[in-house]
Design a protein around this ligand. Structure first.
Ligand code: DAH
Length: 341
């Protein structure tokens, strides 16, 4: 058969109609088509003639394929022009927006409160050295908090550890900035504790530090009382307890009435009816000295808030392990709180 006639046919066939394309496909591309049978006939040719004829047939088949592809592209109907019947009663697909994690919601709310009082944000690394986590904060070399029981040491020889509190950021800020200082440092901290309903190996704190001339204990008390009232609502029972931290003198802790059991006794309040939500105090002069700030001129207060604790009480969450489990049933119950909280 004369291949040039076939080639002409392939190149000139009208593929603009559906019928034209179907006929073309049958004749040139499918089993039983003319090209297929010519290829099958190759076997009957003498070997010398086979190669050239085979190549020519394959070239034709390729041309046919290319025209077919091009026609398919050119003439296929774009989807958008196909009118679809509209059914306005059809139920809409549910849009599932993501939500912020409850700890982020709480953190954002605390930050906004202190920003209104003029605090700015500061951060520090989670992998710390002994100086920023302990020594500069006036921990004695044999203080029990340095113990392996509490601290995750990464490289004891180099003194590297996972910070056990955000008080490290106080040191980092005071080392590079001179008073007046008013910062808030949110972040994750780590402790080698047995995981339970009220303790975890990691949790979140927000550190606050205010240093200037003439800062007094009454400033500390006023600031934190107004924070608690803003956070939990006016009249929420709170109590101040004298305490001890190496980096503050005086030191105190603030407890809130357990909003989970309302005093009936539960695991979160250890059956006392009160939950500790923050530690605070007047910055110890030894810390100012370690950071290069004149303790005769400046005074200041500091505080550390436990974010999980605050969230637990506000939302009455009986077990803080829920914060880290990514259980959608738990997380979705905070959806819609958005930024309004
Ligand atoms: N760093 C303390 C802790 O993790 C909390 C704390 C107490 C922070 C007193 C402070 C403070 O800034 O003044 O338990």
């Amino acid at each position: 058969m004369d291949l040039s006639a076939l080639e002409k046919e392939i190149l000139e066939a009208d593929l603009s109609t559906e019928e034209g394309r179907t006929a073309f496909q049958k004749r040139f591309l499918q089993k039983g088509g003319v090209l297929e049978s010519l290829l099958a006939e190759l076997r009957t040719l003498p070997p010398e003639a086979r190669k050239a004829r085979g190549q020519a047939l394959n070239a034709l088949r390729e041309k046919a394929r290319q025209r077919w592809e091009a026609a398919k592209q050119a003439y296929s109907t774009p989807l958008s022009t196909t009118p679809k019947p509209q059914d306005p009663t059809f139920p809409a697909l549910r849009i599932q927006p993501g939500g912020r994690h409850p700890l982020s919601l709480i953190e954002g709310r605390i930050i906004r409160f202190f920003q209104r009082l003029g605090y700015t944000l500061a951060t520090g690394p989670e992998i710390e050295d002994d100086w920023h986590n302990f020594s500069a904060l006036n921990f004695e070399p044999d203080h029990p908090a340095r113990d392996m029981q509490d601290t995750f040491f990464l490289d004891p020889a180099a003194g590297l550890l996972l910070r056990t509190h955000t008080s490290t950021v106080q040191v980092r800020v005071m080392e590079r900035q001179k008073p007046p200082i008013r910062i808030l440092a949110p972040g994750r901290v780590y402790r080698n504790e047995t995981v339970s309903a009220r303790a975890h190996v990691y949790f979140h704190q927000i550190e606050g530090l205010y240093v200037d001339e003439g800062v007094q204990t009454s400033d500390l008390k006023a600031t934190l009382t107004s924070f608690v009232e803003n956070f939990f609502g006016p009249g929420t029972p709170m109590r101040w307890r004298a305490s001890y931290f190496p980096f503050t003198e005086m030191s105190a802790e603030v407890d809130i009435a357990c909003l989970i059991c309302h005093g009936a006794g539960c695991a979160v309040c250890k059956h006392t009816g009160w939950v500790e939500v923050l530690g605070c105090g007047m910055v110890d002069p030894a810390v100012f000295e370690a950071c290069g700030i004149d303790p005769h001129r400046y005074t200041g207060f500091a505080f550390g808030l436990g974010v999980e604790r605050l969230a637990q009480l506000l939302y009455t969450i009986p077990d803080l392990r829920l914060f880290g489990q990514n259980d959608l049933r738990f997380l979705q119950s905070f959806q819609g709180y958005g930024y309004a909280l």
